[in-house]
Each structure stands twice: as structure tokens, then as C-alpha cells.
Design a protein around this ligand. Sequence first.
Ligand SMILES: [Zn+2]
Length: 292
Amino acid sequence: MKQILWASALVLSGFLGLGVQAQAQSSSSASTSPVSTPSDGKTEVLWLGQAAMRITTPGGKVIMIDPWLIPNPKTPAEYKKLENLGHVDLILVTHAHADHFADAPALAQLNQAPVYAPAGLQESMQNLGILPTELTPRMNKSGTVRPFGPNGVKITAVHAEHSSELNWLNPTTGKKEMHVGGEPIGFLIELENGFKIWHMGDTGVFGDMKLIAEMYRPDLVMLPIGGNYTMGPKEAAFAMRELIKAPLALPMHYGTYPLINGSPLDFQAALNAGGNRTTEMVVMQPGDKKRF
Ligand SMILES: [Zn+2]
């Protein structure tokens, strides 16, 4: 009950005082079954708007990243029932802002699935009674974990250039409180077949993107392009072209509300203008699934 109260408190408090406008859904595959299909040796990515990605691994594990679904104006209606995501094995949260974190506690309780998040956010979740310790295992930036055993998916927390305040509405006092949310992170996820995904969370450009890319050699980079709070199309294109040079870039965190108006078209134009020859842009609509 505490978790439910907390979740609604977070929704009510909004995130960073932004007014979120509901917008009509446009999705090419929102009418298909929301339940995960059996794996055929490939990786399935389902984008649910903003930074929310459901990844079904070649080994059949389901990983939900940055689950902001119920209040998210871009999430197709069917996925606003958390049960319709199907079973979730693991939840990853890049930072404490509500548009990345809001539904993580409820989803964790529903599936009894652990949440990996910045260490400070884990502490705050435990201290505030948002989630118990068994659902908030410890890790920290630069650490690597294998939540499914020694031969399973490998997850490394890497730097992100952002902030991570936990803006919490205390259900007892009815007052807003700011709590430690740890340092924001991105996740480098190596799947069972060696395919590597870098979910950047919210970030600006930073020089060590080059170092991270050289060390981990991601195949698919999920990167914010909306601007205002994160990289815009030009910065994201510079990061891909000059620093990361990965084969596939999947833009996210744009178009959810007017302040984050960077577009995939602008991102592609900026990639081309700089003479990109390495990166192919993958565009999805919220509710779309793609296999890699
Ligand atoms: Zn953020």
C-alpha cells in the first residue's frame, strides 16, 4: 500500500514542475499483443515513449528500462496497465527523475523484479520505504553486474551528464521533499549472444563517451535527442559521429512535450552534415517493436 501511495504521490507531484500535455497516440503496432513473444535468438526492443524500453533478450529475459508509462502521454493505452507488459525479470532506472522512474516501484512489486539504479537512489528507496532491500540490489557507476547468473546478461553502469534529484511527495505530511537520487547513469547491456546495447539515460555530450565506446563497443545506442534537458539533435549527432561511432542509433526522449522538440529528421540531417559513414539511424514510434 505504501508503494501505491508513493507512486501516486510522485505522479501528482509531476516531474520538475513540467506541464505534460496529453497527445494523441500514433503507433503502427500498438494493436498487437503486448505480451512478449518467444525469443528466436534475436533481441526485441519495444519503445514505450520517452526513455522507456522493454528489451526481450535472446535468452528470453525481459528487462524494462526507465518505466514511465502510466503518466506518459506517448505510451500506448494498452501498456498503461503494467500487467500488459508481460512478466518483467529486471528493471533498470538511469536516474530519479519521474519521467524515468515513476512506475518502477509498482512494476517491481508486481513482478517481484529487482531494480538496479544509481546507488543513492537505492538508498533513498530503502530509507523511504518505497521498495525493500531485496528488490534494490546494490551497484554503482562503473560496476558490472550479472543479475541472471555467471553466463547471463552483463550490465555495466556508466557515466551520464545530467542530474538525479528524487522529488518525493511525502504521503504522511502531504509536502514535497527532495531526496538523494544518486548520480545519473547509463547502462551498457551485453546480451547472451554478445549483442550490446547502450541506453544512455538522460545525458549531454561528454568526452568519455569515446572511452566508453572503445571499451564496450556497443552495437545499438539508445540516445536522447530532444534537447532542453539533454543532448539535442546536433549534439547527439556529434556524439555518434565523432565519439561513439556505433553502427545503430535509436533516438529517444523527444517529442513527448513541446520543450523537447528535437526530431529524428534533424538528427539524421546533423549526422549527414558531418559526413557520417558509420551510424545508421533506427526510428521507432511509441508502441513499435523491432528485432535486432
Ligand atoms: Zn532527467
